[in-house]
Ligand binder design. Structure first.
Ligand code: TA6
Length: 310
């Protein structure tokens, strides 16, 4: 029996069992299904994560919006692996525990091969022993998410995946993204590699699906200046994925509102994948690897961003 701090409780809405966090630093909701974070509200601010009003929540479904956990592969793996983005977001995880202090609250969920049904779609493609821990920490300004993969087996473990975060940005046409201009990327829409640009701010004006490569696989920070707020996204991963389906793709998805593309953007902390040409990460027995994403709300510091001479 897990003892939860007073700011963390279980709830059982129609959409399935959730962990509700209500702390002085903010609130959040995490579904046991997929360990799927579907809401983050920093104290005094509105919802920062975009959720589809048409999302499914049933067994085996992929919840649309919030922070899908893509694992053990991204997209279709090497090209034709179903289900898209792996099985971790489509199965029930376990609540390991939660802790709080005056300034922060943390919830930890877990998944390993013993939690999977033998017929879990995609398991036959990836029959390995593994351990996953997803740790979510809220502070007054930050949401920090860590996905820790451990190879608990006795053979190398091929892994890929991402924290596939949907940001609620207000109006995509009024949104600018800084910090991607100096990276190379693979553009999945055109199927071509794109060189770094000289444009410090990126506007999204059409379907966008890009895999950016972090130099030396180091952490990388991006600033999203949305219609109502500025969000800093720090990805401790090897890649950042940027996605907006735009109108045609949104209309073609049954769990995505036709005009949903107008107020969301995905910025994802990702591991090497087929599109980046360097998948998978191979963990030796006993080894572990973490993907971390930190979202920080904050005042607009344009003064600090003005380039000399501009
Ligand atoms: O992260 C971008 C992407 O790989 C897009 O290509 C698109 O497929 C998106 O993920 C959503 O995938 P999903 O399986 O959640 O519909």
């Amino acid at each position: 029996m897990i003892t939860l701090p007073h700011s963390v409780r279980f709830a059982h809405p129609e959409t399935g069992p959730v962990v509700e966090v209500d702390h002085q630093v903010g609130s959040a909701r995490i579904h046991l299904h997929g360990a799927h974070l579907t809401s983050w509200r920093p104290c005094g601010l509105g919802e920062q994560l975009w959720m589809s009003s048409a999302s499914e929540f049933g067994p085996g479904a992929a919840i649309r919006g919030g922070v899908p956990i893509c694992f053990p592969w991204f997209a279709m793996g090497p090209g034709d692996w179903e289900p898209q983005h792996g099985f971790a977001r489509r199965v029930r995880w376990r609540l390991l525990g939660a802790r709080q202090s005056r300034d922060e609250v943390t919830v930890v969920l877990a998944l390993d091969e013993r939690d999977l049904a033998a017929d879990t779609p995609g398991r036959d493609r990836w029959p390995y022993r593994f351990g996953l821990e997803f740790e979510v920490t809220l502070t007054a300004t930050d949401l920090r998410m860590s996905l820790l993969v451990t190879n608990t087996g006795d053979e190398d473990l091929p892994v890929s995946g991402a924290l596939h975060t949907y940001l609620a940005i207000g109006d995509i046409t009024a949104t600018r993204i800084e910090g991607l201009d100096d990276l190379t990327c693979f553009d999945k829409v055109s199927g071509t590699a794109l060189a770094p640009t000289e444009e410090p701010e990126l506007a999204i004006t059409a379907q966008t699906d890009r895999v950016y490569v972090h130099p030396d696989g180091a952490a990388h920070q991006v600033t999203v200046r949305g219609q109502h707020s500025t969000l800093r996204v720090r990805n401790e991963s090897s890649h950042t994925v940027l996605w907006n389906p735009w109108q045609d793709k949104a209309e073609a998805m049954g769990d995505f509102p036709d005009d949903g593309w107008r107020d969301m953007v995905c910025l994802e902390a990702a591991l090497p994948m087929e599109a980046s040409g360097d998948w998978p990460v191979r963990l030796q027995p006993g080894a572990e690897h973490a993907v971390v994403q930190q979202l920080r709300v904050g005042s607009d510091d344009r003064r600090a961003r003005i380039r000399p001479g501009s």
